[in-house]
Design a protein around this ligand. Structure first.
Ligand SMILES: Cc1ncc(COP(=O)(O)O)c(C=O)c1O
Length: 417
């Protein structure tokens, strides 16, 4: 699929806008999001799966900027949230409460109360203790807690151990055997209504095979539950669809995904839910950074840039690969690392690779930074978080201002004693 970040007359553009112009206007490090890419990815998935008219709950943990959420909500997306804060964001961005599902192993009483008050579609429940808690809170507040139990189908998604969630050893969901009992418990609890079944295998998943394997395991259970429980109407197959992070990598084509999983969804007569995050946002964003210094070492060059691990954590956290390209096209190459200014050897964006030959002051673009980029940013080393900009065709808009040093101190005080 064509990227929305490409060279026009030797200059990297975000849709039709030169990235250098964005950097000049908004400074660096800078996250740039393509609205057209977000919409295209959403549509590609919705169209591929249209035989089952899925409800797409955008996983806002991948990118929770209000402008991104609103763009997708305007296309019909709901939201998959994992905290009270995400629920608040989704609502502020205009997502209807009955299009929001709430996942996560540690929902607090306050978060459950808030979600019940808002009237979300359902909680995806991770344990028996959580069923109990939601039921109690629902009863006390005179509401009904709609629940889908997160089943852990024990399938290997063949991804990084930190982002693998559907194996028996992971903390997520309940295994198939326990799930049967959990459904019985849920059916007996007075504050609950059993809405459906949820699974999420991990990410990024590059083939449909793990989904097929998991659906084969959960389909009989769905059929049986549907018979027994009239309110059982939803099968949420989670997110995790992979994207290409490398030029030589084939992304998962939503049409291939659909032709593999649709046969397992046909005839079930359940509302199918999906929770893509990265698939929609990953390649919709780049991180633009300026070269501060070139530091030649005997073995390799260090390109020291103004973005750091506090801006993009994926390389040190997951050993993730991000392509890095120059904003002004060039063919010259050097060998080395792209590193940030943070006082950690783990502060790198690329290690031991061929890189564009850049000079002090040049701009680089770190690709595939739209998912799990800004949302994982921190203030480590007292660095303000980067600005975020959205573009569409010739339009651009600052959708989150760069943090100032005063922002860094907000809420802090020194004891009088
Ligand atoms: C329950 C759940 N749904 C959806 C997602 C989104 O995953 P991805 O962004 O890879 O699609 C995650 C990611 O952690 C998740 O935990």
């Amino acid at each position: 699929m064509q990227s929305h970040f490409k060279y026009q007359h030797g200059e990297l553009c975000a849709e039709n806008i030169p990235v250098a112009k964005l950097a000049a206007e908004f400074g660096t490090p800078l996250y740039v999001y393509s609205r057209s890419h977000l919409i295209r990815q959403y549509r590609a998935l919705a169209d591929a799966m249209k035989a089952v008219s899925p409800q797409i709950y955008f996983a806002i943990k991948s990118n929770s900027n209000l402008a991104v959420i609103r763009t997708l909500a305007d296309q019909g997306a709901g939201a998959d949230v994992v905290s009270g804060g995400e629920l608040y964001r989704a609502r502020k961005a205009g997502v209807a409460a009955d299009r929001i599902v709430f996942a996560g192993v540690g929902k607090t009483v306050a978060e459950i109360d808030y979600a019940l008050k808002e009237g979300i579609k359902f909680f995806t429940v991770e344990s028996e203790a959580e069923l109990q808690r939601i039921s109690e809170r629902a009863e006390q507040t005179g509401r009904t807690g709609r629940v889908a139990i997160r089943v852990n189908p024990d399938v290997d998604p063949k991804t990084h151990t930190y982002t693998s969630t559907g194996k028996a050893e992971n903390k997520f969901g309940v295994d198939l055997l326990r799930a049967e009992k959990a459904y019985d418990i849920a059916a007996r609890l007075p504050g609950l209504e059993v809405s459906g079944l949820h699974m999420h295998l991990g990410s990024p998943i590059m083939t449909p095979t793990p989904y097929v394997e998991a659906l084969r395991k959960v389909r009989p259970m769905c059929e049986e539950l549907k018979e027994r429980m009239p309110t059982f109407k939803h099968l949420d197959i989670g997110g995790g669809l992979g994207i290409a992070y490398r030029y030589d990598q084939d992304p998962l084509d939503p049409r291939d995904f659909a032709s593999a999983v649709l046969p397992l969804l046909h005839g079930l007569d359940l509302q199918v839910g999906m929770e893509p995050g990265r698939f929609i946002t990953g390649n919709a964003g780049i991180l633009v950074t300026r070269v501060e210094y070139i530091k030649p070492n005997p073995q390799k060059q260090f390109v020291v840039v103004d973005a750091a691990m506090n801006d993009l954590l994926r390389p040190p956290l997951y050993e993730a690969h991000h392509e890095i390209i120059p904003v002004v096209q060039s063919t010259e190459r050097i060998y080395g690392d792209v590193v940030g200014p943070i006082c950690e050897s783990g502060d790198f964006m690329a290690q031991n690779r061929e890189l564009p030959a850049v000079q002090q002051g040049d701009l680089l673009a770190v690709l595939s930074a739209g998912a799990y980029g800004f949302v994982m940013a921190s203030n480590y080393n007292s660095r303000g978080r980067a600005a975020e900009v959205m573009v569409e065709a010739d339009r651009m808009e600052l959708v989150r201002a760069r943090e100032t040093w005063d922002d860094l101190l907000r809420g802090e005080s020194i004891p009088k004693w």
